[in-house]
Design a binder for this molecule. Structure first.
Ligand SMILES: Nc1ncnc2c1ncn2[C@@H]1O[C@H](COP(=O)(O)OP(=O)(O)OP(=O)(O)O)[C@@H](O)[C@H]1O
Ligand SMILES: [Mg+2]
Length: 220
């Protein structure tokens, strides 16, 4: 279960000033649920995901995952928690440039302590339409291909909490539907908690549960 209590996240803006990146009232998400995260550009979707990933400490509020208070963990404890519990499809794919696609994905599973059969890796790459990319480097792929590889990298960790930040942003309609199908099938099978941020109407309509963020000035 994910429990979020009145989150405020402020960024320093120089001269002692701050800007509110996120203001969100409390909510709870149960195991096996999939939610869409909506809101205009700048409303704090990525900021929320960074907080949920323990990459950013909110200025105020609490985050608990399965009863563990993320905001109360030290940095090494948070790194361990991330390795064991989190899958993150970043808004920018962030693949390691000096490793091949296959190595990026294997490393991700290894860091999470998960065994990844070679045949499963090949099947997943096939399913996302990257059958010949295992030995290629990220720079040799298009933006959309990197995004699909980053999706595979996130799910081989078998995460408890899966965050997908604009996972279809660089994809055409067909590949976008395909990736979304895989994301939702994976979520239903694994019963992980999924939060998926998107501006894409085709993505938004696939989620019945929604978390709506508002821009600063309109924040609740
Ligand atoms: N590192 C930072 N330093 C200062 N302000 C930041 C920083 N990161 C984000 N912000 C501000 O916080 C607000 C929320 O940003 P965020 O990236 O979370 O929005 P978003 O909803 O993900 O937008 P988009 O849909 O464009 O990806 C914005 O006003 C942004 O300018
Ligand atoms: Mg964003």
């Amino acid at each position: 279960m994910l429990e979020v209590e009145n989150l405020i996240c402020e960024y320093p803006e120089g001269e002692g000033k701050t800007v509110v990146g996120l203001a969100l009232p409390s909510f709870q998400m149960k195991d096996g649920e999939a939610w869409g995260v909506e809101g205009p550009s700048g409303s704090g979707k990525t900021t929320l995901f960074h907080c949920l990933a323990g990459l950013l400490t909110p200025t105020r509020g609490k985050i608990l995952v399965d009863g563990v208070e993320l905001t109360g963990l030290s940095e090494p404890e948070r790194a361990k928690w991330r390795a064991e519990n989190l899958g993150y499809v970043f808004q920018e794919p962030k693949l390691l440039p000096f490793l091949t696609i296959g190595e990026n994905i294997r490393l991700s599973a290894y860091m999470a302590g998960k065994k990844l059969e070679e045949v499963r890796l090949r099947d997943l790459l096939q399913e996302v339409g990257l059958p010949d990319c295992e030995k290629r480097f990220p720079r040799q792929l298009s933006g959309g291909e990197r995004q699909r590889a980053a999706f595979v990298r996130a799910i081989v960790r078998e995460p408890r909490l899966l965050l997908a930040d604009e996972p279809t942003a660089s994809l055409d309609g067909r590949n976008s539907e395909r990736l979304l199908d895989l994301l939702l099938v994976y979520q239903a099978k694994s019963r992980c908690m999924l939060l998926c941020a998107s501006h894409d109407p085709a993505v938004k309509r696939r989620f019945t549960r929604k978390l709506e963020l508002r821009k600063e000035g309109e924040k609740c």
